[in-house]
Design a protein around this ligand. Structure first.
Ligand code: PLP
Length: 455
């Protein structure tokens, strides 16, 4: 048993939470999460909650996996830690490197390990600039990203990201990073424009930016296959192939940030392999789902073109972390990937779980508050409309999304609010019954939110 009041008091007195208004958090008190099993978590007061967000998009296999615990325990007993700096490696780091190259798209034979997605994206910046140095084009330094993208919280990763709230704090972006608009039709579409045409027009913003900067100054374009933290923005099918064409045309490196979309979330090992995305990136950033969140691990899968330059042209790559390739984290990642594979989880997402989620989630669009309920793989989002027919949104000051999120928690489901959008990314192992229950709880929360607005 847990002394909830005492834990809340300690938390309020000493714990600064990420991305949280401490004053408003402390007024209500943090909810203390104490246990997880399958797709569910429990708080210290005994409330059961379906984790519609897989923690933070990471607990792909669900909670309570003894095989992952055993992998960590064994490795900690044998060799809890060793580094890869001294011409040394460890068995888990070597094995995981090989395993990742097996599941990665063709042409990805190498990996650089980090602890997080943010560090992975910092590493991307250094890798692409090193690549162009080695190519004798050191002036190619600029990375192009997108407004409202999320690529992490270090100074460089937050600069790559396009969150204005982050840029305002700390004078970001750092030099050499620029942004184009996101492919979000509700925000940027023109009246009467088809989804297909919008996708092509949105991709065209990349070409315009390249021409504005001069192609010989541009190192890379980075994007999430589906923007996650930005609100699960699913681009039109025409978008990514056009981005690929433009990158090819100007010889610009393409980076797929798969921190969310990797490890089966879209029903493929990596999001770029989904037919709706279908790109051939040069670098793939990963984290989160590689260990199902059981331990921190991230990294960059390095495609042939860059790996060959790094290896054949030689010299040190002056970059790395104490915990790059941490053996205990790698051991857990191996167990996680093996389980995803041997239990057919990724395949089942593609053929069964995601299509079922898509059908059930889409029914929420008949709720008077909700519209545009869409999903791709195991990410889904809908829009809260003030007037659905006229497609008008609520005044942001009303905080309707946050009210809905709080109602979701009360009704036993984690759903996240991002501006006008409500989003989920449930564990990949969710059963049909669990999906039904999750959708029912979301529907009840929409009802409660509407009732609250009318009161
Ligand atoms: N990239 C994407 C697409 C993410 O969603 C995140 C985290 O949510 C990151 C990078 C940063 O990863 P981390 O929080 O592990 O640093």
């Amino acid at each position: 048993t847990f002394d909830t009041a005492a834990l809340r008091a300690k938390d309020a007195a000493h714990h600064l939470h990420p991305f949280t208004d401490t004053r408003s958090l402390n007024a209500a008190g943090a909810r203390v999460i104490v246990r997880g099993e399958g797709v569910r978590i429990w708080d210290s007061e005994g409330q059961e909650i379906i984790d519609g967000m897989s923690g933070l998009w990471c607990v792909n296999l669900g909670y309570g996996r003894q095989d992952l615990v055993d992998a960590a325990t064994h490795q900690m007993q044998v060799l809890p830690y060793y580094n890869a700096f001294f011409k040394t490696t460890t068995a888990p780091a070597a094995e995981l490197s090989a395993l990742l190259s097996e599941i990665a798209p063709p042409g990805f034979e190498h990996v650089f390990f980090t602890n997080s997605g943010s560090e992975g994206n910092d590493t991307v910046i250094r890798l692409v600039r090193r690549y162009w140095d080695l190519q004798g084009q050191p002036q190619r330094k600029i990375l192009i990203s997108r407004h409202n993208a999320y690529h992490g919280s270090t100074m460089a990763a937050a600069s790559l990201g396009g969150m204005s709230g982050m840029h305002e704090q700390g004078d970001l972006p750092i030099p050499g990073i620029t942004h184009i608009d996101q492919p979000y039709q509700l925000q940027h579409g023109k009246p009467g424009e088809s989804e297909h045409d919008f996708g092509l027009r949105a991709a065209g913003w990349l070409e315009a930016k390249i021409l504005e900067l001069g192609a010989d100054q541009v190192a890379a374009f980075i994007g999430e296959p589906v923007q996650g933290a930005g609100g699960v923005i699913i681009p039109p099918a025409s978008y990514w192939p056009e981005i690929q064409r433009i990158c090819d045309k100007y010889g610009i490196l393409l980076v797929s940030d798969e921190v969310i979309c990797g490890f089966g979330r879209l029903g493929h090992w990596f999001g770029c392999q989904h037919p709706h995305i279908n790109t051939r990136p040069d670098l793939i950033t990963f984290a989160k789902g590689v260990t199902s969140g059981y331990l921190p691990l991230g990294g960059v899968l390095v495609g042939e073109r860059i790996a060959r330059a790094l290896i054949e042209q030689g010299g040190d790559f002056n970059h790395g972390f104490t915990y790059s390739g941490h053996p205990t984290c790698c051991a857990v990642a191996i167990a996680n990937v093996q389980a995803l594979r041997s239990e057919g989880v990724v395949q089942r997402v593609a053929t069964d779980t995601a299509p079922y989620l898509a059908r059930q989630f889409a029914t929420l669009a008949d709720h008077p508050l909700a519209g545009d309920a869409q999903s791709l793989g195991m990410v889904a989002g809908l829009v809260l409309y003030k007037d659905k027919a006229a497609r008008t949104l609520f005044d942001a000051d009303l905080g309707v999304g946050y009210r809905c999120r709080d109602n979701c928690f009360k009704n036993g489901v984690v759903m996240r609010a991002v501006e006008e959008r409500m989003i989920i990314a449930p564990p990949l192992v969710m059963t049909h019954d669990e999906i039904d229950l999750m959708i029912a709880r979301i529907r009840r929360s929409l009802d409660d939110t509407l009732a609250g607005l009318r009161a």
